[in-house]
Ligand binder design. Structure first.
Ligand SMILES: C[S@@+](CC[C@H](N)C(=O)[O-])C[C@H]1O[C@@H](n2cnc3c(N)ncnc32)[C@H](O)[C@@H]1O
Length: 244
């Protein structure tokens, strides 16, 4: 399946249209294609963010809101979450889910761009991104925006599928099973082929860690998930130096 050039360049208009297109079946496909592991990965990411200390969380590229909801569900988290996504359909579904779960008082979903976050500097204790950074048209800009809106000592948690050497079984699954099952269930001819392609062409975990360090995050910690299928990266914005 050939993918259009604009999509492969992460053209924001094309990427947002693609996610709007697959939004009705997005949650179901996550469960099926991850063999039910995605929920556990989100729990690990929330736990790693130190939720008991967080008051304000920003979930970038929130999609249908599953990572945002995981914060609200955490027993030690008493704060509020804003979920931001540039796909109007994803945001609409996230809002419906929040209403159905009676948590709209603790989680708000807004339409907006992660590369130009409509929030002031230093506002959040945690910024999370679940399977979103791979889709950013300008990765560095997105990470710098996350850094800007974090307060000193704040944490960014990223869940992602990075580029890595794949064993033959994983390669067969990702090249042949995932795009076909994705196309069949989502009814989108190209969405899951695109998602496969973005994993192949994205950074390796080590490259991503180096980039975060070069942008001012420290420490940066990597947690492999389920035989390194996915990874959770926890990157801290250093606390402000103590006054002399
Ligand atoms: C693979 S989905 C992940 C959704 C959700 N975070 C999850 O864990 O299931 C990627 C999401 O990123 C959003 N996205 C990509 N680039 C974005 C950007 N620059 N600003 C806001 N949302 C973006 C897409 O619209 C899509 O909903």
């Amino acid at each position: 399946m050939s993918l259009d050039e604009k999509l492969l360049r992460r053209d924001p208009e094309r990427v947002s249209r693609l996610f709007s297109e697959i939004s009705p079946r997005y949650d179901l496909l996550n469960r099926i294609l991850s063999f039910g592991r995605d929920g556990a990965w989100r729990k690990i990411a929330v736990q790693a963010s130190n939720p008991s200390k967080a008051r304000r969380v920003l979930d970038l590229a929130t999609g249908t809101g599953d990572l945002a909801f995981e914060f609200v569900r955490h027993p030690d988290f008493e704060g509020e979450v804003i979920g931001l996504d540039f796909s109007g359909e994803m945001v609409r579904r996230a809002r419906q889910k929040a209403a159905a779960r009676h948590v709209s008082n603790r989680v708000q979903f807004r339409e907006g761009d992660a590369l130009d976050i409509p929030e002031p500097d230093g506002r959040f204790d945690v910024v999370s991104v679940g399977f979103g950074v791979r889709n950013f048209a300008d990765l560095e800009k997105g990470l710098l925006e996350a850094h800007r809106v974090l307060g000193p000592g704040g944490r960014m948690v990223v869940l992602e599928f990075f580029r890595k050497k794949e064993n033959p079984l994983a390669r067969f699954y990702l090249d042949h099973v995932l795009p076909r099952v994705g196309r069949w269930i989502s009814r989108s001819p190209s969405a899951y082929a695109y998602l496969r392609q973005t994993k192949k062409s994205f950074l390796s975990p080590d490259e991503f860690i180096s980039l975060l360090r070069s942008l001012g995050f420290s420490p940066v910690v990597l947690k492999p998930l389920t035989a390194k299928i996915a990874h959770c990266v926890i990157a801290t914005k250093p606390p402000a130096p103590a006054p002399e």
